[in-house]
Design a protein around this ligand. Sequence first.
Ligand code: AHM
Ligand code: MG
Length: 334
Amino acid sequence: MSRKNQTLGEFIIENQSSFKYTSGELSRLINSIRLAAKVVNHEVNKAGLVDIIGAAGDTNIQGEDQQKLDVYANNKFIQAMTKRNIVCGIASEEEDDFISINSQDENHQNKYVVLIDPLDGSSNIDVNVSVGTIFSIYRRVTPVGTPVTIDDFLQKGNQQVAAGYIIYGTSTMIVYTTGDGVNGFTLNPAIGTFYLSHPNMLFPEDGKIYSVNEGNYSHFPQGIKNYIKYCQMEEGDRPYTSRYIGSLVSDFHRNMIKGGIYMYPKSSKNPNGKLRLLYECNPMAYIAEQANGKASDGFMRIMDIEPTELHQRVPFICGSKNMVEKTEEFMRNA
Ligand code: AHM
Ligand code: MG
């Protein structure tokens, strides 16, 4: 039984047995993400001191090169998962190709692959606005004992066994699902422990917030334009409001708590949208669905899209169920 104030470590152990494959491998994997999150959080929180301690590209006082934060985060998450020999493969927004992991003694015995966006919301990094990490976990489809292949990564979102995000915001949180609802844990930075603060998170069925980069309005498909106009029109009791941080994790997190919709549609500038199917849209879609929300490309369920390449982009519309369905209706009728 989960309870508020339970630590993430306790929660992982307690819920391990409810997971259908109970080898403990998935628990170890989530634990390694938890550890890397703390290290990255520490670095993200120092980012404002960059003028004092040196900018990316400089050499710091210990003679180490300062890394850009997204590169730093990428290295930390990959190290956390490879050093402890927990996964058989990783794909990252920061890497052109997937990484196959093998340790001599284990000989490709691990069963899980991870797809990760180590630091999403890159335009917010240098300006003290929240950024996030997004991860998605699958069981490999190729046989254990052999190197992973691209097929292990190009799985539909509906095959995910776990997904989550870390938000480096006014407080730092891990929010994740293993297919049994969504739980959120807040870091107490004084003692470095995540506590269950948001058990069983749910999107309100309807919401008032729409989040979209309206600077791209003139390039949007007609259905999206119509939906935005519908939200803006003052008619009866339609009190919509616009909030857009430009950091998917933060916009999604707020919308899940308050009720709302996030949209990154295709446009004449970005014919497939901007966000990446495998390590941005699918994990957020899984969390959304587990929290009673919805995720669509405007016409079909995100998690049913057949992936064709690692860094594939798709239009992404996600949030409170009624709002997503309304947008789909506008898309169909445009
Ligand atoms: P990134 O992976 O380069 O950080 O891009 C993803 C981000 C999302 O977090 C955010 O919602 C979107 O890009 C914002 O894009 P835009 O600045 O075009 O509105
Ligand atoms: Mg990203």
